[in-house]
Design a protein around this ligand. Sequence first.
Ligand code: ACO
Ligand code: AKG
Length: 391
Amino acid sequence: MTFQTTVSGMLQTRRIVLNDTTLRDGEQAPGVAFTTEEKVSIARVLEKAGITEIEAGTPAMGCEEVSAIRAIVEAGVAATIIGWCRLKKSDVDAAIDSGVSMVNVSVPSSDLQLAAKLGIGRGAALEQLKRVGGYARDRGLDVAVGGEDSSRADVDFLVELIAAAKSVGARRFRVADTLSVLDPDASFALVSELCANTDLEIEFHGHDDLGLATANTLAAIKAGATHASVTVIGLGERAGNAPLEEVAVALKQLYGCDTGVVLSELENVAALVAGAAARTIPLNKAIVGEHVFTHESGIHVDGLRKDRRSYQALDPQLLGRSNRFVIGKHSGLSAITALLSELQLSVSDEESRAILARIRKHAVEHKGGVPPETVMTIWREVHDRSLLNGM
Ligand SMILES: CC(=O)SCCNC(=O)CCNC(=O)[C@H](O)C(C)(C)COP(=O)(O)OP(=O)(O)OC[C@H]1O[C@@H](n2cnc3c(N)ncnc32)[C@H](O)[C@@H]1OP(=O)(O)O
Ligand SMILES: O=C(O)CCC(=O)C(=O)O
């Protein structure tokens, strides 16, 4: 028996929708500011990648943001374009000006935030939600209600908020772990409890302060969440949000759950967003990092050459990528021999060992991998020396 996650069960038959909020929460990352053209380009690559819901910005920020969101709507991007609103009719009016068809009306839901930010209690929050949510519905908008700070809120109050949201025709409640206070067990328990009390769509919105955003999102989906907030490369407030690429690939790889995301597009999407955000993608970033299918260690390279399955669970082809082998300090003889054979250079066992020793020295002195040209130079030096010695 193994504990490997098996691709089976209910998730295979459930349709999970990823609501990409790169253009709203992603852009809230410190220093990130997209131009209108960048927003439209990002929306277009998200569409190409199969994303069907895009939270495109905060219309209340003013006419520049309204016109950037409107540009996305007018570009005819085939996804539902959502505007993020506070609990204010004026925010909904700005969203209407931007042309979106759906709004996310955000209600601080913990007692702490209600008192500290808005100076109101639960009753007033429920009343305002009905007033603003109803206003948005009356104007023909689809409405999701965002429970900001849900993870620090009283669950009974969340149930009341969800009931109030439903009473005015909202279709969805977003459970936000605004400050990353949940672990996967708690995410599962919270979302299970809310799903047991409503038939509204439930969206989970995780943050990554503890590096748990993806794990929490998967747990919430297992518990019954129908939607998940994601951002490209996890861009977002502080440590960011659950990365689109991680959630989409983990759902497919672990549970066979198809989100409709075109996995082979994820690398392009990540590159475009990273460029527009002036961020670099770490080489080891899950799914889209340049090095996540690159191998140096001798034991791994040897194993992969004998049978890919020995060191490969995630097939790079699923992502339109391929394995790459590099030579470096941790290379073994089989990797060196294979490379020299590809370069049509003959080598004795003794020479291979001498070449490997020099490669290790070179890697330490120069850092990074050792390129094939350098391996050839080393081979020539070692080969010439053994010819001389043999003479
Ligand atoms: C967890 C999250 O990600 S929440 C989303 C955060 N996103 C943003 O902040 C987007 C960028 N923000 C902005 O451009 C500006 O903050 C604006 C346009 C939204 C508001 O600007 P300002 O009017 O200058 O307000 P300011 O930013 O100083 O303060 C926020 C105001 O929103 C209020 N507010 C915060 N959340 C809510 C809410 N859900 N519903 C109603 N009001 C809210 C605060 O109480 C405060 O109001 P006050 O000025 O009457 O005290
Ligand atoms: O209320 C919401 O829509 C969620 C807002 C948000 O980004 C968060 O709480 O982290």
